[in-house]
Structure formats: structure tokens, C-alpha cells
Design a protein around this ligand. Structure first.
Ligand code: C2E
Ligand code: MG
Ligand code: MG
Length: 749
């Protein structure tokens, strides 16, 4: 054998060269003649084979590797190709255990002098089997732990790349439109992944598209040459990806799920170990993808409405709870918009459920377009939809509701019928209308119900100030206006307004000081409406001038009639709103009404509130002076409840203070009120002002006021406010007790 080696040595310079260089090589190298006879080897091969180098020369390599004659020919032929496929085998030597090896073939020369170089790397089969088993176990654990599909597949790719550093992995998914989607490709260049993401799957679309389309593995040993890569090859080649082996991933019933691919950095086929890896990975991928789909389906059924695909009540509740918790921290508003399709039941019952369903789907689609990311549009069931709008305040919600109503009311055709859907909307806003989801939902539902009642196709806010109160105020304003018109025009029937008069009694000695005119309004539907409610409203909507003018005219005229009839009413107090003073014509009106009824100005007191005293309006100040100049008494009503500064008492011509009811109310119960009342009386004394206590109900209050030196009392203890004719009867009867002194002691004409 040595002689044959020597003979070859002489003929083949390449053999000599090989011997020299291979001696330095750490991998085992052996080279053969075309028939497989070993003509040379390096020391590493001798080490692997476990026998001296000389002993190997002349032996048959195919025999040592247990490769049959035909297979040896195939090896030889393939090695002549540009990228000979690597292989694996077992090196069997006498008196030695077989050694598993990876084999790489290289053809070295042409013609009769050709040599076949074989590089052998021994591997531990058990080690590799263990690596694959570990990989399988780790991936299954991640799936079981509920990690996302992306996390699982990324992990799988990285593990494969760790086991076989010569490859780069990718997993593609097939979407519903038969396009490929990159599910995991942690080591592929981002540009390349972006370029292939979304490509339509087809029989000649690179390796992955082709594998998914054909349902079988596709090996592109050289992307540069493979026609399937023709339109796509530029990007992978530019990023050093030269070969690709893609395997289809199939689920149950052979459903095509995606592909698992290995990329190589040089043109080449897949190695046997890669085949084992891929076999395991394709299986793992199928499992992970199907698990993910099942989970998504369960999730969809649990949290989404099957008809419209919108979130259901459960998901809405979850998201609302999270949004409200966050809003509590950031102090942001959260709006809940409750929408109910108008007359849906009629459509459903008369046109059938199929039409009803189509209508609901269309409504859902229209609504979906109006909301932004972060909002949640849910279907609660039936024809009820709810939108959760974090960060949206009442003003925004009302704009949005308008858009919703406009967008819904566009006609649509269902089963040859033209329907114009409308809806009623109720809105509740956190935190004003409720802190938790259930409360807000209930309030929004209630608001929606009121929108239905008000005529449908509209939006109502739950908030009392924007809804119930606003409605009542609007109604009351209209009713007040109408009542004033009727009153002023002297329309037939019951007069809407009436004046009651309440006596003010001088306490020492008892005598009638004057009467206060108090307005009463009886509404045909609401009955008696308190002046505490409609007077402030009249002030706000500009009706107070007309109201107070009517009271002034009517009460002064009444005083005139009493006097003409000899009824001893020494004086009259009329409440005048601060707003009324701003319109400078009050003194003129007072002057003329007094003159018209023959009443001296000194018999008239105007009760005004502290608010007027604080105004900077020059017109109001002039009016106060003019009225004082006329001789009219100005009385500060509800004294002590308004402003803390008392300096106005010196600046304006005030003649009287009325201690507010709230101080008198508890005078005999809460001792703390007594010093307050005493202080007010002392202020009055110091400034020369008459002090009137209002709201005197009990004898104990009466006695205390008397003891403190309060001059005048008004309240149920003496008399309730009463109509003009009742006052005449009171004076002649019950009132006599309080009107001891002769009428002319108090009453002068
Ligand atoms: P005010 O001017 O302080 O009138 C006294 C209020 O106390 C009256 O209520 C009267 O009925 C009530 N009152 C009298 N004695 C007692 C008592 O012993 N106990 C209790 N609890 N209450 C008593 P009313 O008539 O409901 O009037 C409420 C307010 O409406 C008045 O308070 C006044 O500010 C305003 N108002 C009434 N009539 C007019 C009017 O013609 N013009 C204007 N601008 N305001 C008016
Ligand atoms: Mg008053
Ligand atoms: Mg008062």
C-alpha cells in the first residue's frame, strides 16, 4: 500500500501539497482515488481512526464508512458539483467502537488524477439528541406557561441558532388572506424581514412562499441561482443570505399554518443534523401556533360579541375598571356613552332577525369608525352599545354624540329595504356622575332612557345640572314668562301670581309695624312654586324687573285700597332684587306708584340683600341715594348671611337690618346664636338702625329677642304670610293680640 501511495505521490503534485498542509489541520482529513482507495490522510485522521497513518493508506474509505458501491458513485458525482452535500456516517474500524462522523466532501482535480478529499468531524450523537430533547422541553414549557406566540417562536429560533451556529432561523405564518407574515426571525436582518412580510404565498415565491404553497420542503441551495427567488433575491443576497431551506408547518387536518426556514451564509444544502432539528422544530411550531389559535378563540368567545366582533360586557367592565383606576390617579375624566338603537324591537319583530342582525352589524361598523385608539366600543347585547372614552369630558362627549347621531342616521339598505337607523344616547361622566363602572353604567342607562322619553334620536347627560335641572329650568322659564304675560295683560281666569302679606310686629309695646309683601306663584301643573326657586331663576333669565315691578305696583295699590277702606296698615315692605337696581328707573317707578296711590314714601320699605351693597355699579348707588332722598326706608334683608364687610352700612343710606331666619331659628336651642343676635342688635343700635328679627316661631325666641332689645319681630309666632283679605280679618280678630296700641300711635297719614 505504501508503494501505491509513493507512486501516487510522484504523479500527483496535489497529493504532496495536501500532505504538507493537512498535517497542520485539526480536523481529520482523508483523500481517496476515484475507487475509494485511501491515498493519504493527516495525523488528525490517524488519531480519530486510532491507528498509525501508514496503516490507513490503501484501505477502502467506502468500506470503512459502510458506503455501498452505488452510493460511493453518487458521493463521487455529487462532490464534483459546486456545493457537494455534506453527509454523516459511522467510521468502523476493527477492534474499535464505531465513531459517528459528519462528512464534507471536496473534489480536488479533474480526469484520471482526480482525488476526493473527505473532512471528518466526529460528533457525539447522544449530545445532539439531548440538545434537541432539551429544546423541545423548553419550548413546551413556554407554551404551557402561556407565553405569547412571538415569545415562544423567538426562543425556538434562538435555541436552534445556538445548537447550529451556521444557520439563521425564521418562522412565517400564513394569514387569512394567504399572505406570509413574519412571526419570528430574531436574527434575520430587519430590512429583509420587512421586505418579505405580507408577500402573497405562491408556488414560486422564494423558499417559504413556495413551501407553504406546495405543502412540501423547498431547498434553495443557492438563492442567487434559484428561479423561485428571482424577484426577491436582491435583499437576502445583500445581507449575506445565500441558501434557504424552508419546511411547511401543518396543523390538524393538514391545514397550512406557516413555514420554518433555515438560512445559510454560503450556498449549500442542509446537513443531516439540520434535518433532525427541523423535524423537531416544525412539530413544535405547529403545536405552539395551534395552541395560540385555540387560546385566541377562547378569548374571543369570552370577551367579544360574536355578531359584531366588538368587545362584550365583560371586556368593557375590565377595561372600564382599569381606566377608572387610572383616572382616579391622574384626575382625568372618563365618559361612558350608552347607545340604544331606536325601535329596534319593531324592526326585529316585523322584518326578522336576519335583518335585525344586519342592522346591528352596520351600526357597529359605523360606530367603530368614530372612536379612537384607547376608546372601547362594546356591545352589551341586544341593541345596546356602550363606548368607554378615557380622557373625554362632558363637552367632548356631547360633540361626539352629535357625530354619532349624524353618522347613524344615514339611510342603509338591508334586504331591499331602506332603513334609517337612529339611536338614543345617554352619557355619564366620571367622577361627577359616579366613581365605579356599575354606577356610571346605570347613570348612562338612565340618561339614555330619558333621551328615549324625550323623543328618541337625541343625547341626554346624566348630570343633573345638564339634564333634569336644565329641563326644569327651561320649562320653568317658559312658564314664568307666560304667567307674567297673562298677569300683565289681565287675562281671564285664575291669576298666576298673588301677593301675601306678613305682619311685622313692634315688640314694645305691641303694635303692627308694617306688612311685608311676598309673592306667590301657583302653576297649573306644579302647584305652588316657592319664590326661593323661581325668584333666582327670574333674576337669571331677565324676568325679575317685570316681576318686581308687578309686586311693587300691586302691593302699593293694595296699601292704598286698605287705607281708603280704613284698614290700619302702617307701612309696607317690598322685596327688590339687586338686579333690579342696575336698571336706574326704580326711583322713578317708586315715586310715581306712591304718588298714584297717595302713599307717603316714608311708609314704604324696600328690602334688599347685602349683595347689592357690594356692587360697584354707580347706577345702583345712585338709585339707593335717590330712594333715600325720596324718604323710602332701605332694609338689609337676610342680614349676616352675605358679606363680611360692614363698611357699606356707613356708606349707604340704610335704615334697617333684618336678622336672618337662620340665626333666629335656633336662638332658644343653640346658645351660640344668642351672642350673634345680640351683636347684630348692638350694631343696629350703634348705627341708629331699626332691627327686625325674621322667622320668629316660638315664644322662647320671642322672649329672648325682647330681652335683647330687638325692636321688631316677624314670623309664624305672630302671623303667617296671608292674602290681602285674610290680613283684614287677622287685624280684626287674632291679630288684635299683637296690635294693642292705638292704630294712630303707629300709623300716620
Ligand atoms: P325673605 O324676604 O327673607 O322673606 C321671608 C321668608 O320667610 C318668606 O318666605 C316667609 O314666608 C318666610 N317666613 C316668615 N316667617 C317665617 C317663620 O316663622 N318660619 C319660617 N320657617 N319661615 C318664615 P317666602 O315667602 O318663601 O320667600 C322667600 C324669599 O323669596 C324671600 O325671603 C325673598 O328673598 C324672596 N321673595 C319673596 N317675594 C319676593 C318678591 O316679591 N320679590 C323679590 N325680589 N323677592 C321675593
Ligand atoms: Mg324679605
Ligand atoms: Mg329674609
Amino acid at each position: 500500500m505504501d508503494s501505491a501511495g509513493a507512486a501516487l505521490d510522484d504523479r500527483l503534485p496535489s497529493d504532496r501539497l495536501l500532505r504538507v498542509t493537512a498535517a497542520q489541520w485539526s480536523a481529520a482529513l482523508v483523500w481517496t482515488a476515484p475507487d475509494g482507495t485511501i491515498v493519504g490522510a493527516n495525523p488528525a485522521f490517524a488519531g480519530l481512526a486510532g491507528c498509525p497513518l501508514d496503516g490507513m493508506i490503501g484501505r477502502s474509505l467506502p468500506a470503512l464508512l459502510d458506503i455501498g458501491g452505488r452510493d460511493w458513485q453518487t458521493v463521487w458525482d455529487r462532490a464534483q458539483g459546486e456545493h457537494p452535500p455534506p453527509g454523516s456516517g459511522t467510521l468502523c474500524l476493527p477492534r474499535r467502537d464505531p465513531v459517528p462522523v459528519d462528512l464534507h466532501w471536496q473534489h480536488l482535480a479533474d480526469g484520471a488524477d482526480a482525488l476526493l478529499l473527505c473532512e471528518m468531524r466526529c460528533f457525539d450523537e447522544r449530545e445532539r439528541a439531548e440538545a434537541v430533547a432539551r429544546l423541545q422541553q423548553d419550548v413546551l414549557e413556554l407554551v404551557a406557561a402561556g407565553r405569547s406566540l412571538k415569545q415562544v417562536l423567538d426562543f425556538l429560533c434562538r435555541q436552534v441558532e445556538a445548537c447550529a451556529p451556521e444557520v439563521t432561523c425564521s418562522v412565517m405564518l400564513r394569514d387569512d388572506e394567504n399572505r406570509m407574515r413574519v412571526a419570528a426571525a430574531p436574527s434575520l436582518p430587519g430590512v429583509y424581514a420587512a421586505a418579505i412580510d405580507g408577500l402573497a404565498i405562491g408556488p414560486d415565491v422564494g423558499s417559504c412562499g413556495s413551501a407553504m404553497s406546495r405543502g412540501e420542503a423547498v431547498m434553495s441551495t443557492d438563492i442567487a441561482e434559484d428561479p423561485r427567488w428571482a424577484p426577491y433575491r436582491q435583499v437576502p443576497l445583500a445581507h449575506g443570505l445565500a441558501a434557504c431551506w424552508s419546511n411547511p408547518i401543518k396543523g390538524r387536518n393538514a391545514r397550512m399554518l406557516g413555514s420554518f426556514a433555515l438560512y445559510y451564509r454560503e450556498p449549500r444544502p442542509a446537513a443531516p443534523f439540520h434535518r433532525r432539528l427541523v423535524e423537531a422544530c416544525v412539530h413544535l411550531c405547529a403545536l405552539a401556533i395551534e395552541h395560540d389559535r385555540a387560546r385566541a378563540e377562547i378569548n374571543r368567545l369570552a370577551y367579544f360579541d360574536t355578531l359584531t366582533g366588538l368587545p362584550n360586557r365583560q371586556l368593557l367592565a375590565d377595561r372600564a375598571t382599569a381606566a377608572l383606576a387610572l383616572a382616579g390617579r391622574t384626575r382625568q375624566p372618563v365618559t361612558l356613552m350608552f347607545l340604544d338603537v331606536d325601535r329596534f324591537k319593531t324592526i326585529n319583530d316585523s322584518l326578522g332577525h336576519a335583518v335585525g342582525d344586519q342592522l346591528l352589524v352596520e351600526v357597529a361598523n359605523r360606530l367603530r369608525r368614530l372612536f379612537i385608539e384607547g376608546d372601547t366600543l362594546a356591545r352589551l347585547g341586544g341593541d345596546e352599545f356602550v363606548a368607554l372614552l378615557p380622557g373625554c369630558d362632558a363637552a367632548h362627549a356631547s360633540l361626539l354624540a352629535e357625530r354619532v347621531l349624524a353618522c347613524l342616521s344615514v339611510p342603509l339598505t338591508v334586504a331591499d329595504l331602506t332603513l334609517t337607523p337612529t339611536a338614543s344616547i345617554g352619557i355619564a361622566v366620571h367622577p361627577d356622575d359616579g366613581m365605579d363602572f356599575d354606577t356610571l353604567l346605570r347613570q348612562a342607562d338612565a340618561a339614555m332612557y330619558r333621551a328615549k322619553q324625550a323623543g328618541r334620536n337625541r343625547c341626554h347627560f346624566f348630570r343633573r345640572d345638564m339634564n333634569e335641572q336644565a329641563v326644569r329650568r327651561l320649562e320653568m322659564e317658559a312658564a314664568l314668562r307666560e304667567a307674567l304675560d297673562r298677569q300683565e295683560n289681565g287675562a281671564a281666569g285664575e291669576a298666576p301670581f298673588e301677593l301675601h302679606y306678613q305682619p311685622q310686629v313692634r315688640l314694645k309695646p305691641y303694635c303692627l309695624h308694617r306688612v311685608e309683601a311676598l309673592i306667590r306663584w301657583t302653576h297649573p301643573r306644579w302647584g305652588a312654586v316657592s319664590p326661593m326657586e323661581f325668584v333666582p331663576l327670574a333674576e337669571e333669565c331677565g324676568l325679575i324687573d317685570r316681576l318686581d315691578s308687578w309686586v311693587l305696583e300691586t302691593s302699593v295699590a293694595q296699601l292704598g285700597r286698605w287705607r281708603a277702606a280704613g284698614v290700619p296698615v302702617p307701612g309696607l315692605a317690598v322685596n327688590v332684587s339687586a338686579v333690579r337696581f342696575a336698571r336706574g328707573d326704580l326711583p322713578d317707578q317708586v315715586r310715581s306708584v306712591l304718588a298714584a296711590n297717595g302713599i307717603p314714601a316714608t311708609d314704604l320699605t324696600l328690602e334688599i340683600t347685602e349683595r347689592l351693597m357690594m356692587t360697584e355699579e354707580v347706577g345702583a348707588h345712585d338709585a339707593l341715594d335717590a330712594l333715600h332722598a325720596l324718604g323710602v326706608t332701605l332694609s338689609i334683608d337676610d342680614f349676616g348671611t352675605g358679606y363680611s364687610s360692614l363698611s357699606y352700612l356707613k356708606r349707604f343710606p340704610v335704615g334697617e337690618l333684618k336678622i336672618d331666619r337662620s340665626f333666629v331659628k335656633e336662638l332658644d336651642i343653640d346658645a351660640a346664636n344668642r351672642p350673634l343676635v345680640r351683636a347684630i342688635i348692638q350694631i343696629g343700635e350703634a348705627l341708629g338702625l331699626t332691627v327686625v328679627a325674621e322667622g320668629v316661631e316660638r315664644e322662647a325666641q320671642h322672649r329672648m329677642l325682647e330681652a335683647e332689645g330687638c325692636a321688631i319681630g316677624q314670623g309664624y309666632r305672630f302671623a303667617r304670610p296671608m292674602p290681602a283679605d285674610a290680613l283684614v280679618r287677622w287685624l280684626a280678630g287674632e291679630g288684635k293680640h299683637w296690635v294693642e296700641c292705638p292704630a294712630d300711635a303707629c300709623f300716620s297719614i
